[in-house]
Design a protein around this ligand. Structure first.
Ligand code: PGA
Length: 254
């Protein structure tokens, strides 16, 4: 039996204006009323404040999808953690593979972001994942451990309750080729042990979500796994109906 509620996090990526976000929550809020599942949504920066306002009277938490690794400065176009915090957002996704791959973010940069986010009392969802080549060459485990080691450097165990992890194999994101339940269970268990050793905590204190082509058809299979604490959902979170289907499956698993 898991000791905590499952967490279902939507990642809208570069989708939804303020008007579209408001319409979405008008549809979603009346359907999310059971308190057995954590429901979080990562919105674009421009919609954060409006989403927070829209969700004030609900259990839904709002967060950002990225932030700068510096506090302030001459950094045209960047957004800092205090700016995100000020919107009322409560968490930030860091290290998403799209940030790593398209925007050249490395583990050292992600580590700086994590420390700033925690300093500003934002919860963190740290994404890790291996590429297809890394998996096929038998290096998945060492790549993931390496990502964890550098990203968590100088992040103390006191912060453990504020850091959530998402295993998102790069080859499974947006591909309709989700990871098998066997791979997910094996990797989650391995990562939990690795994090637990690092922080000297019991493994069940480390919460890991699975992400990569999750939808209403496969969500339940992952949520049933002992080492899966929730899901990080991209495309299927954009539509209220497909997202609520996943949330309801998380309610049923308990
Ligand atoms: P997907 O994206 O569900 O569309 O595969 C997941 C993610 O990138 O977080």
């Amino acid at each position: 039996m898991k000791t905590h509620f499952p967490l279902v996090v939507g990642n809208w990526k570069m989708h939804k204006t303020v008007a579209e976000s408001k319409k979405y929550f008008k549809g979603l809020k009346p359907l999310v009323f059971r308190h057995k599942v954590g429901v979080w949504l990562a919105a674009p920066y421009t919609a954060l404040a409006a989403c927070v306002e829209e969700c004030q009277d609900s259990q839904i938490q709002i967060g950002a999808q990225n932030m700068s690794d510096l506090m302030a400065g001459a950094l045209t176009g960047e957004i800092s953690s205090p700016m995100i915090k000020e919107t009322g957002a409560s968490f930030v996704i860091l290290g998403h593979s799209e940030r790593r791959r398209i925007f050249n973010e490395d583990n050292a940069m992600i580590n700086r972001k994590i420390k700033l986010a925690l300093r500003d009392r934002l919860k963190v969802i740290l994404c890790i994942g291996e590429t297809k080549e890394e998996r096929e060459s038998g290096h998945a485990a060492s790549v993931l451990k390496g990502q964890l080691d550098v990203c968590l450097r100088d992040v103390s165990a006191d912060m453990a309750s504020q850091v959530f992890f998402a295993y998102e194999p790069v080859w499974a994101i947006g591909t309709s080729n989700p990871a098998t339940v066997e791979i997910v269970e094996e990797i989650h268990a391995m990562c939990k042990n690795h994090i637990a050793n690092y922080w000297e905590l019991p493994a069940d204190r480390c919460h890991i979500l699975y992400g990569g082509s999750v939808n209403g058809g496969n969500a339940g299979n992952y949520l049933k796994l002992p080492a899966v604490d929730g899901l990080l959902v991209g495309a299927a979170s954009l539509d209220v109906q497909s997202f609520i289907e996943i949330i309801h499956q998380a309610e049923d698993v308990r």
